[in-house]
Design a protein around this ligand. Structure first.
Ligand SMILES: Cc1ncc(COP(=O)(O)O)c(C=O)c1O
Length: 399
């Protein structure tokens, strides 16, 4: 039977403390025990259902974690204060000094900076590879490699990772395959395709209102327990804990994710087809011209489409900047980083979110100066939006 992530979310039924239709928010950092023995057992990890201290877990965070685990089809999940607060502890839990990671070279700039500049301080090294070249991926693996890391749809160039093939390589070499699924929630289910660990920045589509940062690690119960271990758990000890109020608000927004993703995808596909027909270099997994169009189709949960992210080349950085400023002036969206908001967001990744990547490497991966990354919003009349965007492009001689 086909995996249906939105049904898994729908089927969760929670009651609040007083019969409320939303679970009550746990407004406490610490929890009482009726007996000293239970407190001891909880520290030892043997008291199921008992809360200890909110950096470890809290009822609100567990509700959100349970819902996200259901969505990704994993046994368990741990929510964190940000996407990076999920990514870095997961990597540090799996790797120690001397270990090696093979990572896609087109990943979020913060993850890239962590692997390139921070992890080497701990003697953890990373080889960055073209994730679409499976031979290169396998060739980069050494006896010290512990993790294969990628984004399902990558930031910012929308490369698509062949998760089933990467999973085979990971299993063959005894590696953990971590997939950051931030760009493609619901549309792609990495665990179903063979990933071991699925990570999201909840800051983006899942929350959808650009009012908080958040993250989650979805994985086996064993791995999630290890992240929370009071003795050596990276999430417990590094402390990137989500606040209960935020967990409660993200859980409410998660309930409408399926409707939002469909609209983001519908709008982005409409614009991508139009921009491409107008002669602009357009990158969108839903276009037949996208090198991984067929691969995406083979992995996708069809009804959610090809996602809300779209890349257009305005020709030069000056033109890209002028276009973004003009579109903001005309209220077509905001010149801002991040994604998954109800209004359209746009930024030039080479000078913003991917600026951590050195210029020569940017060139090699096709990240040219004029590229604008769009996170397409929930506009009801996308034809009207297109006409207005086209007007801006004409005004600036981009079209
Ligand atoms: C694909 C991806 N992963 C991870 C992150 C990091 O998430 P956060 O900003 O919530 O820490 C981001 C964006 O910031 C992202 O775009």
């Amino acid at each position: 039977m086909k995996f249906k992530p939105a049904d898994k979310i729908q089927d969760l039924q929670y009651f609040g403390e007083f019969g409320g239709v939303n679970p009550s928010i746990s407004d406490s950092s610490t929890y009482t025990f009726l007996s000293a023995k239970t407190m001891f057992d909880t520290f030892e990890g043997n008291a199921e259902g008992c809360y200890l201290y909110s950096r470890h877990s809290s009822p609100s965070n567990l509700y959100l974690g349970e819902a996200l685990a259901a969505m990704e089809g994993t046994e368990a999940a741990n929510v964190a204060a940000s996407g990076m607060g999920a990514i870095t502890p997961a990597l540090l839990q799996l790797c120690q000094a001397g270990d090696h990671i093979v990572s896609s070279r087109t990943i979020y700039g913060g993850t890239y900076a962590f692997l390139k500049n921070f992890a080497p301080r701990l003697n953890i090294s990373t080889s960055f590879v073209d994730i679409t070249d499976l031979e290169k991926v396998e060739a980069a693996i050494t006896p010290d490699t512990k993790v294969l890391y990628c984004e399902a749809v990558s930031n910012p160039l929308l490369e698509v990772a062949d998760i089933p093939a990467l999973s085979k390589i990971a299993k063959k070499h005894g590696l953990q395959l971590i997939v950051d699924n931030t760009f493609s929630p619901l549309a792609i289910s990495p665990k179903e395709l063979g990933a071991d660990i699925v990570i999201h920045s909840l800051t983006k589509f899942i929350n959808g209102s650009s009012d908080t940062v958040g993250g989650v690690t979805c994985a086996s119960q064993e791995f999630i327990d290890s992240l929370r271990s009071v003795n050596d758990g990276a999430n417990m000890l590094l402390g990137p804990t989500m606040d209960s109020f935020r967990a409660a608000s993200i859980l409410k927004n998660l309930r409408t994710l399926h409707i939002r993703i469909k609209q983001h995808s519908k709008n982005a596909l409409y614009l991508a087809e139009k921009f491409e027909a107008d002669g602009l270099r357009t990158v969108y997994p839903g276009l037949k011209s996208h090198p991984s169009h067929e691969l995406y189709k083979s992995m996708m949960n069809e009804e959610y489409g090809f996602g809300g992210m779209l890349v257009v080349d305005a020709g030069s950085l000056d033109k890209a900047n002028a276009l973004m400023e003009l579109m903001q002036e005309k209220n077509l969206g905001y010149l801002a980083v991040s994604l998954g908001f109800y209004k359209t967001l746009f930024s030039a990744p080479g000078t913003s979110t991917s600026s951590e990547i050195p210029e020569d490497e940017q060139k090699e991966m096709g990240l040219t100066d004029g590229i604008i990354r769009f996170s397409i919003g929930l506009d009801n009349d996308i034809e009207r939006t297109y006409e207005m965007m086209k007007g801006c492009m004409k005004e600036l001689n981009i079209l």
